[in-house]
Design a protein around this ligand. Structure first.
Ligand code: NAP
Ligand code: G4F
Length: 324
């Protein structure tokens, strides 16, 4: 039974990846940072099947000990300070975790077992003020946030350890991917949750920032399969993962509200507090290399993704109302 370690097990992607790896017969070890409250909601249904250990990307020693005890063959680094606006408020923390955290793991792999296959969760946020449309593995980066800058570091240190120490170190450049498990502060989940609360009479408005920015949104469940495929490939490489379609925040609103028989224009208020100091205006992937070399393609389309998220929040909030 192969063993995989996942950092960021408590996050959206960690939960989907754990499900996928369990279905493939892996022994899954998830790393979660110590907290004074319960943070394992997203993997609560898996707790009898996975092992959760404490570890923090600030602390290299915790990874050395893990390798000794669990002898993994694969390591997925999904942990990060991943919310872009927070990266302007906490830029050095974002650099410590999202950038230097990657080096801490690579160093641990290099010294403990350089045969461990390593996946780094890189991001389309690295393209920032895009220099090419669509963006592929060869498009230059122009990050627009401390988060984007930190991810560029993580991307290049992964390539550098691949080339310097012959590690099987892969960088997956994933475009935005969403699901009912997405954090509530990200715009798609904020909209889905807002629609459900408006529909069920709990609130009357939804305050958003820039409605014109465009994102290439896919379903997180599809994207964790791409991560796994990258580590099964014959060579370590960089891969862009996205849908090849882009949509505005405004379109997301239109579809989400219409799915609940609501007119978005009656409820959405543009609030400048949610504008960013520097925006990423458009992201659009060219995922053709992943299709060719990994046989990967997205299964859930944009409209179905929006409806899935709204349906899930409607059900969740209906239950909350019924139990209150
Ligand atoms: P997420 O839901 O925000 O999860 C982030 C995870 O990182 C959480 O488990 C969090 O733990 C953990 N974490 C944060 N700081 C940590 C630290 N110091 N030590 C250990 N763990 C720490 O993010 P996601 O959407 O699943 O994304 C997974 C990865 O892919 C992230 O690296 C993200 O930057 C990257 N990415 C995401 C997207 C996307 O659209 N979702 C696109 C491209 C790249 P807590 O629960 O304790 O906070
Ligand atoms: O949902 P968002 O916060 O995601 P963003 O900034 O694109 O970052 C996500 O995707 C990256 C991949 O490209 C990941 F690396 C990163 O970790 C994260 O998962 O914002 C999307 C867009 C932005 O243009 C933002 O300005 O939505 C716009 N927006 C408009 N109103 C809003 C809001 N974003 C948020 N979070 N909240 C708003 O009220």
């Amino acid at each position: 039974m192969p063993t995989a370690i996942i950092t960021g097990i408590t996050g959206q992607d960690g939960s989907y990846l754990a499900e996928l790896l369990l279905s493939k017969g892996y022994n899954v070890v998830g790393v979660a940072r110590r907290a004074s409250t319960f943070t394992l909601e997203r993997v609560a249904h898996l707790l009898d099947k996975i092992t959760v250990v404490q570890g923090d990307l600030h602390d290299q020693g915790s990874f050395m000990a893990l390798f000794e005890e669990y002898k993994p063959t694969e390591f997925y680094n999904l942990a990060a300070q991943s919310f872009v606006p927070t990266s302007w408020n906490q830029p050095t923390l974002t650099g410590e975790v999202t950038a230097l955290g990657v080096t801490r793991i690579l160093e641990a792999i290099r010294y403990y077992n350089p045969k461990i296959r390593f996946y780094q969760a890189s991001s389309s946020e690295m393209y920032g003020k895009v220099l090419e449309i669509p963006q592929s593995e060869t498009t230059p980066f122009y990050p627009r946030s401390p988060y984007g800058v930190a991810k560029v570091y993580g991307h290049y240190i992964t390539i550098n350890y691949r080339e310097s120490f012959d590690l099987f170190a892969v960088s997956g450049i994933l475009f935005n991917h969403e699901s009912p498990r997405r954090g509530l502060e990200f715009v798609t989940r904020k909209i889905a949750d807002g629609v459900a609360k408006i529909k069920l009479g709990l609130t009357k408005e939804l305050r958003l920032g820039n409605l014109e920015s465009k994102r290439d949104w896919g379903f997180a469940g599809d994207y964790v399969d791409a991560m796994w495929r990258m580590l099964q490939h014959d060579q370590p490489d960089n891969f862009v993962i996205g849908t090849g379609e882009t949509h505005t925040v405004r379109e997301f609103c239109e579809i989400a509200f219409a799915h609940a028989d609501l007119d978005w224009q009656k409820y959405v208020i543009v609030d400048e507090r949610f504008y960013r100091p520097a925006e990423v205006d458009i992201l659009l992937s060219d995922p053709s290399k992943a299709g060719r070399e990994l046989g990967w393609e997205p299964k859930v389309g944009f409209v179905d993704l929006v409806k899935m998220m709204v349906d899930s929040d409607m059900e969740r909030i209906r239950k909350q109302v019924a139990n209150s």
